[in-house]
Design a binder for this molecule. Structure first.
Ligand code: NAP
Length: 283
């Protein structure tokens, strides 16, 4: 039976550390401020945005909400981002994704100053990660690294398989594991002999976006299994990309859903906000 990797406990520790750092900055007269931009009223986005605002409040980061109408034009949104870029009182800018179809998400991401890119999605941040410079790292994969490290799981030298190659999870995840000296393989929807590859993994990170896709036959006995997926089933219960009940019997360690990776994302956003003051704090 696998050891449960406790995202709730680890994310609480990280938020506590951020709270102490934010308080020290306040003593020096620095109030960290995060601008949170939401376009429209998508219920899932509203939940995420509210969680982020709550975490800011706890940590002692000021959040400035910008709630824009669903029909706001791309030009208006870009103008707001530019104003926030220029505003020296704003340290970080977060534009909640997804944006409505009439807005080009990439244009908005590129418009955010790399200095304020606390989501780590700007090509500058992604490039910095890939060439080993300090920078903002996408919160979810950064959270996975913290889960592994703070549970005492060695990454160096291990066979790490990342299932999924999205820009916000799979790709940065693979770069981070590589930076930690893992031997990394990335799989995707065109991968042949998928299970043969995943069964080689000492550490398997699953971000395929398919409920309970990974069953016990995907994994090696004793592997560490990290489930990034979040889905709601017909009974409105949360589940991940991993079939937790069967996999936990074979894995050495596993993250639950909820209480695993999901709660880490907001904690890592808080770290990125703290790091907006000081480049050496960046990952
Ligand atoms: P995504 O953009 O949909 O990417 C899914 C990836 O999985 C793609 O690279 C896709 O391959 C690959 N894939 C799909 N079917 C596959 C298959 N049968 N075999 C192997 N690979 C397959 O999803 P995402 O944004 O990375 O998110 C992944 C999951 O994590 C979702 O459940 C999402 O809700 C969750 N998520 C959670 C958090 C959090 O805070 N915990 C944050 C972000 C995302 P192709 O590239 O070939 O299409």
């Amino acid at each position: 039976m696998a050891v449960l990797i406790d995202g709730k406990k680890i994310s609480a520790q990280i938020k506590e550390e951020c709270r102490e750092k934010a308080a020290r900055y306040r003593e020096q007269g620095i109030q960290i401020t995060l601008a949170v931009v939401q376009v429209g009223k998508d219920p899932a986005s509203t939940v995420y945005v509210n969680n982020k605002k709550k975490a800011c409040e706890y940590v002692g980061i000021r959040s400035l909400p910008y709630e824009l109408d669903e029909n706001v034009s791309q030009e208006e949104l870009l103008a707001l981002v530019e104003r926030l870029n220029q505003d020296s009182a704003v340290n970080g800018i977060l534009v909640q994704l997804p944006l409505p179809a009439h807005i080009d998400e990439n244009k908005v991401i590129y418009a955010i100053s790399p200095e304020k890119d606390v989501d780590g999605f700007h090509p500058y941040s992604v490039g910095a990660l890939s060439i080993g410079l300090k920078g903002y790292v996408s919160c979810t994969p950064a959270g996975v690294i913290q889960l592994l490290k703070r549970t005492g799981i060695e990454i160096a030298g291990k066979n790490c398989v990342v299932m999924g190659r999205s820009n916000i999870v799979g790709k940065p995840m693979s770069m981070l594991l590589l930076r930690e000296n893992g031997t990394v393989t990335v799989t995707h929807s065109k991968t042949e002999n998928l299970k043969e590859i995943t069964r080689q993994a000492d550490i398997l990170v699953v971000a395929v976006g398919k409920p309970r896709f990974v069953t016990a036959d995907f994994i090696k006995e004793g592997a560490v299994v990290i489930d990034v997926g979040i889905h709601r089933n017909a009974d409105n219960k949360l589940c991940g990309d991993v079939d937790f009940d069967s996999v936990k019997e074979k894995a050495g360690a596993i993250t639950p859903v909820p209480g695993g990776v999901g709660v880490m994302t907001v904690a890592m956003l808080m770290c990125n906000c703290i790091a907006s003051v000081e480049i050496n704090e960046r990952a």
